[in-house]
Write a protein that binds this ligand. Structure first.
Ligand SMILES: Cc1ncc(COP(=O)(O)O)c(C=O)c1O
Length: 413
């Protein structure tokens, strides 16, 4: 499968890969911050606006077409996540949807109820639930992060779960260190006490198939700008749960599911790009149905990206002064490689990568604040993060390794 991966064809579909900086073609290693955008997605925006945009519920073609494009995008998202028993709501981004859903859920929480979060999360998937809990006197517990294995300590979960647990919120994969969490195992245990399971799939979704049905997920949040499309957030919520959600909304807005969660007018030109992204993933796979194509498309992406990431990890591990933050080979990971270099701050390293090697790579805690604190590096710039995407190449990885060595050679001491 890896040998057949059509990397050149894929690269042609992302026009920004042609960009040069200081006379060198840019290598984009900040996919986890925001992936590059498909030409088909760019065309979808342009087509929508060129043909004439409209708001919903009008009695004229541009309004009908807008409704149809949105309905198609929602159906594509259901296929992407195997979520036929769920409904899809769009919003500005994943964070605002998490805040909206947490507020709605919290209306039925009582003082003394409990929720469980994790120490590995991006803070969107912490503070949305935590603040709603605090407003209602709900106790917040955390699945601890183990700094020596770079994984969550899932063995603690049975002790944390009680008959008062209302919710467990967890990420599919860490946006800093790439560790993939066993959501299915968490959901199995959460369901035994009747808790809901919310999953942040924002980082995972450009890299791996997340099956809502198979993993027993009640609510899932994602963002299309991380998977090659426009800035559109999405909440996918089990239909019966969605119907019971008492969301905050303006009175005249539709009260049906899923529209009732969609506050104000949506990003109508951005939403059709979601379909472009789903079709891109499916185009890398095979099978009769869209769902089969998506699943096998992800297998092709995973095989390709894992191979590149392994190369990057093993080359970085050979360099003195580099400290990698990656769980060992037994732990599944996205191709998201966090590290630090002795003698240079993460920020200075990234500036030099950009200015001297035309490699765009980011640093910081990436809002995984607790993780960076547990690793003792938050006060000294946290991580450098080399995040691979399906359009990166081995040549770019080797250029990056060469650049890293060149920067290190100039560090004194
Ligand atoms: C794991 C994770 N969760 C949540 C978010 C927030 O997503 P959004 O920007 O769509 O609000 C991000 C963004 O980087 C992320 O990586």
């Amino acid at each position: 499968m890896y040998a057949a991966y059509p990397i050149e064809e894929i690269r042609k579909q992302f026009p920004s890969l042609q960009r040069a900086y200081h006379d060198k073609t840019v290598a984009y290693f900040d996919g986890p911050g925001g992936a590059q955008t498909l030409q088909s997605a760019i065309d979808a925006i342009s087509n929508y606006l060129t043909r004439g945009g409209a708001n919903l519920h009008g009695n004229f073609p541009t309004s009908f077409e807008t409704e149809e494009l949105i309905a198609t995008a929602k159906q594509d998202i259901k296929s992407l996540f195997n979520a036929e028993k769920a409904e899809v709501a769009f919003g500005p981004n994943a964070t605002s949807l998490m805040f909206a859903v947490s507020r709605a859920l919290a209306r039925s929480w009582k003082e003394g109820d409990e929720i469980i979060l994790t120490e590995l999360e991006h803070h969107s998937n912490i503070d949305s639930w935590r603040t709603a809990a605090e407003d209602k006197g709900v106790i917040v517990k955390y699945i601890p992060f183990n700094p020596s294995t770079l994984t969550l300590d899932l063995g603690m979960l049975p002790e944390l779960l009680t008959s008062k647990t209302k919710l467990v919120a967890v990420g599919s994969a860490s946006n800093c260190i790439g560790t993939i969490t066993d959501v299915k195992r968490i959901a199995e245990q959460a369901k035994k006490v009747g808790a809901l399971v919310a999953v942040d799939a924002v980082h995972a979704i450009p890299h791996m198939y997340v099956d809502m049905e198979e993993q027993n997920i009640d609510m899932l949040f994602s963002s299309a700008y991380k998977f090659f499309a426009a800035h559109v957030g999405m909440a996918i919520i089990r239909r019966d749960l969605f119907e019971s959600l008492d969301v905050y909304k303006v009175v005249p807005a539709p009260g049906n599911v899923p529209d009732r969660l969609e506050m104000g007018t949506q990003n109508h030109e951005g939403i059709p790009t979601v379909s472009s992204a789903v079709q891109f993933i499916a185009s890398l796979g095979s099978g009769e149905t869209l769902q089969e194509q998506i699943k096998s498309g992800y297998q092709a992406i995973e095989a390709y990206e894992n191979n590149l990431a392994e190369k990057m990890r093993s080359e970085l591990a050979k360099i003195d002064k580099v400290k990698l933050y990656q769980a060992d080979a037994s732990v599944p990971k996205t191709p998201t490689v966090a590290f630090r270099v002795e003698g240079i701050s993460p920020k200075e390293f990234c500036i030099r990568m950009c200015e001297e090697h035309s490699i765009f790579i980011a640093e910081g805690d990436f809002y995984a604040k607790i993780l960076a604190e547990r690793l003792g590096i938050r006060n000294s710039g946290s991580f450098i993060r080399a995040g691979l995407a399906p359009y990166n190449t081995e040549e770019e990885v080797m250029r990056f390794i060469k650049g890293t060595k060149a920067i290190i050679q100039t560090i004194k001491g």
